[in-house]
Design a protein around this ligand. Structure first.
Ligand SMILES: NC(=O)c1ccc[n+]([C@@H]2O[C@H](COP(=O)([O-])OP(=O)(O)OC[C@H]3O[C@@H](n4cnc5c(N)ncnc54)[C@H](O)[C@@H]3O)[C@@H](O)[C@H]2O)c1
Ligand SMILES: C[C@@H](CO)CCC[C@@H](C)[C@H]1CC[C@H]2[C@@H]3[C@H](O)C=C4C[C@@H](O)CC[C@]4(C)[C@H]3CC[C@]12C
Length: 410
């Protein structure tokens, strides 16, 4: 199932449980209020602006929310460097505030470009990556960006003396595995056979391992590097491309989407604003609680309900006029597997002519049909994380975003 992938050149299998973390408990922390948009102005604070942060992938779906959240919620920020292969025009609007926002067009696979961006930063939040489970990029390219790119970030921290590194990992480092084992209400210490073949999860697992193993390395100046990794489940919210794809698919099908996944197969999802907030908070607390948090992994979680992938999407697409046809899959699973395999064959045949990358392929079908839900409070125990956005707020914000798309789609 899925493409042959993983490993140094994207071939073979990558196996073995991802680096977990020793069980430790820590104090809980307070709750913060989110001000909504950059225009709402900076969080009032008498704190001294002295810190330089770098966000790689800062123009991506998650990266943009992290950038905006930092400007809202990190009062010690003096300079925010936004490093990305593709810079967004929206960055210009951020340059009117008290924080110096530096846009850096660069490639994480180019060590010298990464080193130049990292030099002088106190904290690096590394979100840049190729999030490809649709066969758009080759296994080699996925490895080059996700693994070699992460190596370049680590080495840049060591060479330039940056001490704090937060890595955006993924639930996929854990599962679903190629055996289709369900992960039901699991946490960071739940035993699970994390065996993957697909290049994306393999690359994320390798990158996460590199980040965690780098914890404690001496950086330029002799102090230790402090690293940690955050594992979001499926992120949703304003700017989510796959949600956009489902919405447009539904419009093309006359306002209907046809169920392909049983409602019983629950997937954990997490709102992008809460993932961004966890990045901001962990970056701050990592500086104060290095002994506890260094080398740790944390699932990203909030109060978003456990639902099948399609039913969860309908929380937002339903109020925007789409309907999910049938209470159970219309098409038997064996036929879906056949269609997925045909899509993979078509993609391979058409590759010399055009990119054919539908949502349905053997890998996405397998992942969608394997329950993966987390239930943990480790981030709360270790650094006082509490979601900034309730489920109701997350849902409302996402619906408003789809509706704004709807306006543009008419
Ligand atoms: N979207 C999810 O559901 C999800 C869930 C868990 C983890 N993640 C992780 O979160 C991170 C961000 O994911 P996303 O959904 O925002 O994806 P995205 O594709 O929207 O953002 C990734 C960003 O990285 C940039 N980038 C890609 N290659 C680069 C390179 N070589 N050099 C510099 N920048 C490069 C892209 O231009 C983009 O802006 C990824 O590491 C991904 O693995 C995503
Ligand atoms: C039957 C197919 C067509 O209807 C299923 C379509 C749904 C799939 C496109 C998505 C189901 C589960 C998603 C993945 C999951 O949410 C977690 C992920 C980890 C993250 O790091 C990257 C994205 C993803 C792999 C996400 C991708 C889309 C799904 C496979």
């Amino acid at each position: 199932m899925g493409q042959e992938g993983g490993g140094a050149s994207g071939r073979g299998r990558c196996v073995g449980r991802p680096a977990g973390a020793p069980k430790e408990d820590g104090p809980s922390g307070g709750q913060f209020e989110y001000l909504g948009t950059v225009a709402a102005g900076m969080a009032d604070s008498t704190e001294v602006r002295e810190l330089v942060y770098l966000v790689t992938g800062g123009c991506g779906f998650l990266g943009e929310h992290v950038v905006r959240m930092l400007l809202q919620r990190e009062p010690r920020l003096l300079e925010l460097r936004v490093f990305d292969l593709h810079l967004g025009a929206w960055l210009e609007e951020l340059k009117t505030g008290p924080v110096q926002v530096t846009a850096i067009q660069g490639d994480v696979t180019q060590a010298h470009e990464v080193a130049a961006a990292v030099a002088g930063a106190h904290v690096v939040i590394h979100t840049a990556g190729l999030v490809d489970v649709f066969g758009r990029a080759s296994p080699e390219t996925i490895y080059e960006v996700n693994v070699q790119g992460t190596k370049n970030v680590i080495e840049a921290c060591v060479q330039t003396g940056t001490r704090f590194l937060v890595y955006t990992s993924s639930m996929e480092v854990v599962g679903p595995n190629i055996k289709g084992h369900h992960f039901y209400r699991g946490n960071e210490d739940t035993p699970y056979e994390a065996v993957h073949r697909h290049p994306y999860p393999c690359s994320k697992a390798q990158a996460e391992r590199l980040v965690l193993e780098a914890n404690g390395r001496k950086v330029h100046g002799g102090l230790p590097l402090v690293t940690c990794a955050l594992r979001p489940t499926g992120i949703y919210g304003e700017g989510h491309q796959i949600m956009r794809d489902f919405y447009h698919q539904g419009l093309r099908l006359g306002g209907r989407l046809f169920r392909t996944i049983p409602a019983s197969v629950e997937h954990g999802r997490v709102y992008v604003g809460n993932v961004a907030w966890m990045h901001v908070l962990v970056a701050r607390e990592l500086q104060q609680r290095a002994a506890l948090m260094g080398g740790q992994v944390y699932f990203c979680y909030d109060q978003s309900p456990y639902k099948s992938y399609e039913d969860f999407n309908m929380e937002f697409l339903g109020p925007c006029g789409l309907r999910l046809v049938e209470t159970r899959p219309l098409v038997p699973y064996w036929l879906l597997m056949l269609l997925a395999a045909l899509n993979a064959l078509l993609q391979w045949l058409l590759r010399p002519l055009l990119l054919y990358a539908p949502l349905l392929n053997p890998y996405t079908l397998a992942v969608a049909n394997t329950a993966f839900t987390v239930n943990t409070d480790k981030a709360q125990r270790h650094f006082g994380y509490e979601p900034l956005f309730s489920w109701e707020d997350s849902r409302t914000r996402t619906i408003r975003w789809v509706q704004a798309m709807e306006g543009s789609a008419r």
